[in-house]
Design a protein around this ligand. Structure first.
Ligand code: GDD
Length: 326
């Protein structure tokens, strides 16, 4: 029998890659997303999934709309990827972030409990929950210490995911994903901001790049690899929590060096530090230990950062050349 999957946040980077993966596996794919006047479907178009997914309009903060989406899609699997996901904005919009990123996840859990208790549930948790790190390499047993309203909201959603597993016996999993990037990343995130700027600078359309903290270090993987881990979690006999990471950490400065040198430029000639991009509290370094995912899920990251940078840059060079807006 054909399986049905419901993805919240289907118009985001991970939503697009996950939709493609599930369509390739023969799932009926339903997407839940707010109605917007701007073009939110460009990512689904890029993965050639736009015509094959069924979209339901609604908002994570509106339980009735989430409930209707669950009733309509009759899902075997529910992936909660929707959120206010930009850490930087979460200080400007702490309450909205709490509603969408925190309460929104509980709305989906409630809708599953009420309308599809047999469905398996995936929560997009994050390495931002580790924040001020309590261990050199973070794994499923490392204590959390979030450093942004976004991280705090995600931590609430994470514990509610665990709680619904323990309270109601639901099949819920929490994927603690470290940063994951791709050509489908939004321009507000640092990796895509850099690759887009490098393409513009190379093609003579821009002459500098203003960034915040160049010393922050992140464990950056490829989003296409990471959505496969989500799916694997829901194929396990029981729900669980998994760290998904590459196990290598690199600074923003080094990322710039790699990106500029890919087109034969020196980042020091173009990158300017602008305190406007500093955050009120910073997560200085993240480094994941994905040993459990490898052992239990048979998953590991397969894309090296150098290849990811090349993939993002080649895509952005082509986009800038043809005048694309995303
Ligand atoms: N966005 C941005 N813009 N970040 C900058 C800039 C800049 O101009 N300059 C330096 N940075 C630094 C940030 O201070 C941060 O330390 C690092 O680059 C990464 O920033 P982002 O790319 O915005 O990602 P993030 O780590 O804050 O959050 C992302 O990863 C999380 C997983 O750890 C997001 O995808 C979250 O949704 C996700 O949960």
């Amino acid at each position: 029998m054909t399986k049905s999957a419901l993805i919240t946040g289907i118009s985001g980077q991970d939503g697009a890659y996950l939709a493609r993966l599930l369509l390739d596996k023969g799932y009926d794919v339903w997407g839940f997303q707010p109605r917007r006047s701007t073009d939110t479907l460009w990512r689904l178009r890029e993965v050639q999934a736009e015509d094959d997914v069924r979209l339901i309009n609604g908002d994570l903060t509106d339980l009735s709309s989430v409930l209707r989406a669950v009733e309509k899609s009759r899902p075997d699997e529910v992936y909660n990827l929707g959120a206010q996901s930009f850490v930087g904005s979460s200080w400007d919009q702490p309450l909205l972030t709490g509603q969408a990123t925190g309460i929104g996840a509980v709305n989906v859990l409630e809708a599953v409990r009420l309308a599809a208790p047999e469905a398996r549930f995936y929560q997009a948790s994050t390495s931002e929950m580790f924040g001020l790190i309590q261990a050199e390499r973070q794994d499923e047993n490392t204590p959390f210490y979030p450093r942004s309203p976004y991280g705090v909201a995600k931590l609430y959603a994470h514990w509610m995911t665990v709680n619904y597993r323990e309270s109601f016996g639901l099949h819920t999993s929490s994927g603690i994903l470290f940063n994951h990037e791709s050509p489908l990343r939004g321009l507000e995130f640092v990796t895509r901001k850099v690759t887009d700027a490098v393409a513009r600078i190379k093609l003579g359309l821009q002459n500098e790049l203003r960034l915040g903290n160049l010393d922050a270090q992140r464990d950056w993987g490829f989003a296409g690899d990471y959505v496969d881990a989500m799916w694997r979690m829901l194929q396990q006999p029981q729900g669980g929590d998994y760290v998904i990471a590459t196990g290598r950490t690199v600074s923003v400065r080094r990322f710039c060096e790699l990106a500029f040198s890919h087109v034969g430029l020196n980042y020091e000639d173009y990158v300017k530090v602008d305190p406007a991009f500093y955050r009120p509290a910073e997560v200085d370094i993240l480094l994941g230990n994905p040993a459990k995912a490898q052992r239990v899920l048979g998953w590991q990251a397969t894309t090296a950062l150098e290849d990811l940078v090349a993939m993002m840059l080649e895509t952005d060079l082509a986009r800038v050349q043809r005048g694309a807006r995303n």
